[in-house]
Each structure stands twice: as structure tokens, then as C-alpha cells.
Write a protein that binds this ligand. Sequence first.
Ligand code: C2O
Ligand code: CU
Length: 464
Amino acid sequence: MLVALAVVGPLGYLWHASLLPDSYDMAAMGYPDWGGGPGGHTGPGGAVVAVADLVAPTGRPDVRARFEVRQDDEGYTVNGRSPGPLLSAVAGDLVEVVLVNVDVAAGATLHWHGVDVPNAADGVAGVTQDAVGPGEEFVYRFVADREGTYWYHSHQVSHVQVQGGLFGPFVVRSPTADADVLDQLAVVHRYDDGPSLNGLPGTTAVDTEVGREVRVRIINTDNGLLTTWVNGAPFEVVAIDGVDVHEPEPLTGTAVRVPAGGRVDLGFVIPDGGVRVDLGGTTALTFGGDPTTGTTRAPPDELDPLTYGEPVSLGLDPAAADRRFEYRIGKRPGFLDGRPGMWWTINGHHFPDVPMFMVFEGDVVVMQIENHSDDTHPMHLHGHHAVVLSRDGTAATGSPWWIDSLEVGVGETYEIAFVADNPGLWMDHCHNLQHAVDGLVAHLMYAGVSSSFRVGGEHSNEPE
Ligand code: C2O
Ligand code: CU
């Protein structure tokens, strides 16, 4: 937000300096939207709890890491590299990560994308904590209660720091995971000097034997959609956004889309001749050889997760929703932080005059996301997984399609549902981080939660 003035230059800066309040209280921004359900500032319990008190249980961590973040001419690193080190846990582990900001001038945080952490560990500057300045530290603690593929990234000036490299992979394995399966990460990112896979350009060859089972964990850390496809063997989409697909069918000649911020796990068995997994057409992984001549194209057919796999109970009843929200995305001219321009709108309003989606703990929530703009939006809700109910009025018929990052294309309408089971103040924004900085940001707020953090202010908190 405020930092975006860097891109509009000195004139923008003058606008900013003269017109802006010097800090925002996110908990008090926007207009309360109770989604048709009952209101009340403290909710049925009547108590008020601070974001900073919504923490993991005490106890000895099972996984400990120390992540030192740095900045240089080329960008950002975690423990000297980008992507940062793999953080690895077993489901149920208590994880403790110490963020040490060595010299990132604007400050930094760590957000655990797709992990439904307690609110105090969510890592959003100005919302759940203050940006961690150079020479400072911050401790994140959470229980990694669900296996799956996730990632971590800074949520301070994120449109600059994430693109510049301040991120890394996070994998939570099942305690009963099959050790014979070859587990392969595929972190896809476009740095200033071009596209990369696990930090490397081009094709990476993985040595493996025929008959081996492989799980490829694809993480799209970019601002745009990633398309992936497989040559050489039938494959299954075994998980989306860290949640297993129920009874996935084998696929061939089918492209799979991974929204910005999203993850897709692919499974296959290595045949004679090997397997090639293309990631966007510029980087690829090969396993036990390359079954192609090295150039391939995305097949025209695309997987539709709305109909993929077999249904199973959602564990919630959308028909009995306590609240129904609309998240209508548009664009029109106006002012954002005092800057004139064409900015995104939510339900017709410019940030910060956007809805504050208000819930009570335990509510079943249905949200309709409509894209009336001329660009696609990978929408990301923090702290919760939502299940897709329908797209453009067509009901989902496959495996429950649980998401934390959902590509909402131009003109599309998605209906999603979730249970409000993680109290706090949570961002609900577009993960094209350039769109977020241009106003495509709202929040989900639990009644009875207060935050003492401010966007702007003395810590220069700039979540986007
Ligand atoms: Cu991947 Cu609000 O973040
Ligand atoms: Cu967007």
C-alpha cells in the first residue's frame, strides 16, 4: 500500500505525504459486513481477545529452525539462498521458527501460506505483528496439524520481497508416509533474470529407477497462473493446496493449472523411458530420462477440479450457512492512499472502504467471489481452507475441492464455503501481489478479536 508510492515516483510521494493518515488500524477498517447473520462486537462468548494472544500451545517444539533473512543487490535470501531452505515436519509436530532479520531494510515477516496457523503466527505486518526490523528477531510457533505442501514468504512489502526471493517451501508429511515414494519438490519462481525451478533455469534431471513411485510437489510462488503437464506416463493429481484429492483418476494429455500461491501434487510411476514434467514451458523435471525431444507444448485439455475424483463428505452443510458474503471484484478510477488511478474495487468500493467480513467462531460461511474485472485473480484466504461449491452456477461433483488459493478468471463466479474455526483477523486478498498493493485486499474478522497492530506507523508495516 503505502510503499507502492515508490512506483509512482515523487509526485505520488507528495500526494502520499500530504494526504495520508500515518497509520491504519486494520481491525477498524472497512465497513462491517455480517453476511446476513447476527451481529455484535464480542460475539456470543462476550469476551475480547487480542490477535497477539491467539497462539499455539506451549511445550517443546518438535521442529526448530532459524531463518536469517538478508537483502543484497540481487534480491532477498533465507539462510543465504533463494528459494529458502525446505522446512519439513510430520503432521502433528509443534514447529518453532525464529526469523532473524539480518539486513532487510524495510523489515520482514514470515507468513505460512496455506497453513492454518494460530492468528499470532500468521506473519502479516500491521495485522498480526509488526515488521521485524534489521537486527531484530521474531518467533513463530504453530502446530503443523495437516500433511501437505505449503510455502512460507514475507508478508512485509510482499509484492517486492516475494518476487525478490524471500520465500521457501514447507512440507508436512504424514506419519505413515511411504518412504519408498520419491518425494520431489518443484518450486517455480520468476526472478528478475527469468523463470526458475528450485532456483535453477531449464530442465533438471532426477535419477531414478523404473517402477519407482513419485510425488511431485509443485509450488507456484509467482504472481501469475502456472500450467503444468506430464509426458511419458499417466499421472494423478493427488493433492491440491495441501489437501488430498479423494480417489483421483489417472490422467493423460491433460494440463493442470496452479494458481499463484497454490500447490498441486502430482503422482505417477516411472516407466521405461522416463517421465517429463513441464512447468510453464520454460522449466521442467525429468525422471529416469526424457521421453520427449525436449520441447513439448501444453495439451489443449485442462483438468477441471470441479469434476475430478469422487465425492465424500464435506464435513459442513452449506445449505445451513450462518453467513453469506459477496466478494465482487471490479475496477474503476479513484484514489487509493491519496493516489489517483485505476484501482481494484471490492463490492464497488476502493480500499480501505471495503467490506470487513465479520463472523462468529463456529459459523458456516458461504462466500461468492465474482470477477467483473478485465484480469484474472488468484484469491487467497488466510487461516482457513474453503471448499468450492460451484463455478458459474455449476455445482462441484468431484472430490471435495479444498483450496486456499483459487484462480477466479475474468467473468467467473465461484461459490466457496468454510467453517470459521480459527479466530483472528485474516487477510483475504489477491495473490497477484501487484493487485494486492493496488487495493485487492479485504479481511475476515472474528467478533471479539482486537488487534493492536497498525499498517504504517513507527514500524512502517506494509503487508502488501
Ligand atoms: Cu501467500 Cu497473504 O499470502
Ligand atoms: Cu488480482
